[in-house]
Design a protein around this ligand. Sequence first.
Ligand code: LMR
Length: 402
Amino acid sequence: MSLFASVEMAPRDPILGVTEQYLADPRPNKVNLGVGVYSDDKGRLPELEAVQQVEQALLRQHPLYHYLPIDGLPAYTAATRELLFGADSPLLECGRVITAQTLGGSGALRVGADLLKVVLGDKAVVAISDPSWGNHYALFRAAGFTLLDYRYYDAATHGLDFPGMLEDLGRLAPGSVVLLHACCHNPTGVDLKPEQWTQVAALMKERALLPFVDMAYQGFHRGISEDAMAIRFLVDAGVENLLVANSYSKNFSLYGERVGALSFVGRDHNESERVRSKVKQIIRATYSSPPTHGASLVAGVLASDELRALWKKELAQMCARIQSMRARLIDRLAALGAPDFSFINHQTGMFSYSGLGKAQVERLRQDNAIYAVSSGRICIAALTSSNLEHVAQSLAALFRQK
Ligand code: LMR
């Protein structure tokens, strides 16, 4: 009898499992609108010019691949702190922010969750927006947290249920962790306005809640510094502790390099350094230390004014293409007599929370080889001039069948 005889087959991952199914599909007209990956209009992953320039320079220098420090490449973590908090932030000056390089945004969330579990013990509770990115639940559950929902999306208006959100957050016990999406909310694309962030930040402070900000799409809405406003509002509200998980997968098109970071704001420098020592312990016991290449690319771009400007320009071009695909999809659907889809124009980031149900998503897969997440999330950033018509026709046919 095998030791593993009782192991049951786990379900596919709700997002990456869609890619597995897509890859196994032999149909030539297949389209993957599941995973959040930006492609150019030819359906290719873009290689950013700013990144390539650093890559070439690195090749010429022929770097040696020593172990990095446990908490990562210092130039990378310093540049990340500035990008998130602003180079002129007083928090940086007094050493209240520590940053550790992590394996993507997921790695940052998991190291952060493990840290919080050590600190909070049995009281580790996290409130997550309803709905949220599927892996948020999995990561915090795996770290031993109790999971709670707070109201967020209002399906009737395709907008934010802000009163519901405030009410639910206001009921949380002090010390509860609140997971907040900084921008380009995944999956809904519905974000808080600046005045709403001010209110949420004030509530966090007043109720002594612990914000954990997830920022995987910085630069995909209003711009690099504008998209980090949630962090600034929380800091301005006087929140004493704060965690931020950020990722460069999307905004540097470096998905497989797993470049992310966890930042922690402490009450003072001493507290932050003690927390850094715990973060390092967790990383060492999990994957020892992070990889060199992706972080060197990001650090190289951010260290040069010229390359940083080029990167921002290339990022703005990605955003413009997504926006134009939103408009083109809405127009084609209207021309084909489908229900009004104009709400997707107001959604931010890569996704559209289309309102499609699980059965409709399944029908799209079976009948049209179009892959989406079963929640109805579709990746607008994967639409191209070549697949748009197939997607629009298939969606329109779906509504005719209803
Ligand atoms: C997504 O939401 O599709 C991306 O963040 C990729 C992932 O890891 O789920």
